[in-house]
Design a protein around this ligand. Structure first.
Ligand code: NDP
Length: 332
């Protein structure tokens, strides 16, 4: 197969709103260097974290090709050792940087083969989000059967997977979601209680959580919404409970006095999935678990929409406008 010298890619030159996502049609195709493979991307995942790099909430050097994961086919191997035995033609999924493009040169350490029976779309729709969820429920706080767990944004890319995994672990799940359609979706996943935190009745979601738990509060809160929910999460957790703040969909959790944790002896965490999959062994362990869940049909993905590369601005508007459920994909 002939590899072109230029390609289509979405480049961010300065931080800002969705309008800074620029389609380049003559962006250089990277050469795989030592320890890298060149991948022709079929579908790229759109994650909320992409918006943080776009706005500058998370720093990164610009110009930057956005995107942190994709699935596709290996089209060339860089020079040097090939410790994972990749071949041209392998169907793979990967997590690194610069995935909003037709081609990406990726360190082989960050690439894994997709097993038969799992489609490229399923692999990427569950990859970064699914690894996040698995590490959160196993390591950040090890969820046990019978734990009562509050999950914010339960209809989103990560939330949709989290509710299913928590039910498999035997947890009692209370989900929050904005709007009746999202509520119905989260219920369909087996969540025990779903609160529409944007409705008049659900606005006081802390009160609802206390009613549901007979005043006790939940064992653990997984909060990816951040600024708008962090304080309610502190209120909704039980004495000796645990809160994992793992995202900033509404903005970051502000600095607060640590003494706020004292009255209920609350434990908190602000984890990053990448910190749990730093070694290849850790990475492969979680990937295997994820693929086993997908292959066995125990974990389902939901793809909100596959956007053509040209529509990336709209995709970011939809994600930040809370208009989406499940995962958004981009087809280069
Ligand atoms: P989602 O599909 O979950 O989209 C974000 C959702 O957050 C929205 O659909 C919306 O759902 C909810 N939301 C609440 N308040 C707001 C607001 N003010 N603006 C926009 N959305 C809001 O995104 P992802 O699945 O990609 O990511 C989910 C979260 O997980 C993000 O916060 C992300 O940063 C975090 N994450 C963290 C990782 C880590 O390692 N720490 C790794 C991966 C993801 P609703 O309308 O129902 O409220």
């Amino acid at each position: 197969m002939t590899i072109p010298t230029t390609q289509k890619a979405i480049v961010v030159e300065t931080t800002g709103g969705p309008e800074v996502l620029q389609l380049k049609t003559d962006y250089p195709v990277p050469q795989p260097s030592d320890g890298q493979v060149l991948i022709k991307n079929k579908v790229s995942g759109i994650n909320y974290i992409d918006t943080y790099f776009r706005t500058g909430l998370y720093p990164s050097s610009k110009p930057e090709v956005l995107g942190r994961e994709a699935a596709g086919t290996i089209v060339a191997l860089g020079p040097g050792a090939n410790p994972y035995g990749f071949k041209v033609g392998d169907r793979v999924v990967w997590m690194k940087t610069a995935s909003y493009a037709e081609y990406s040169a990726v360190p082989d350490r960050d690439v894994v083969k997709i097993p038969d029976g799992v489609s490229d779309e399923e692999a990427v729709a569950s990859f970064l989000s699914g690894l996040t969820i698995l590490t959160l429920v196993k390591e950040t706080y090890a969820v046990k059967k019978g734990d009562t767990v509050l999950v914010h944004a339960a209809a989103g890319g990560a939330g949709f997977l989290m509710v299913q995994v928590l039910k498999l672990l035997g947890a009692i799940v209370i989900g929050t979601a904005g709007g009746p359609e999202k509520v119905a979706l989260v219920k369909s996943l087996g969540a025990d209680h779903v609160i529409d935190y944007r409705s008049e009745e659900g606005k006081d979601w802390v009160k609802r959580v206390k009613e549901i738990t007979n005043g006790r509060g939940v064992d653990v809160v997984y909060d990816s919404v951040g600024k708008d929910t962090w304080e309610g999460s502190l209120d909704a957790v039980k004495r000796k409970g645990f809160i994992a703040w793992f995202g900033n969909a509404s903005g970051p959790v502000p600095a607060f006095p640590i003494q706020r944790l004292t009255p209920k002896c609350v434990t908190i965490a602000r984890p990053s999935m990448l910190g749990y999959v730093e070694t290849r062994e850790e990475y492969e362990g979680y990937v295997k678990e994820l693929f086993d869940l997908l292959s066995s049909g125990k974990l389902k993905v939901k793809i909100h929409k596959v956007y053509p590369l040209e529509d990336v601005q709209q995709a970011h508007k939809d994600l930040e406008g809370r208009k989406t459920t499940g995962k958004l994909l981009l087809a280069p």
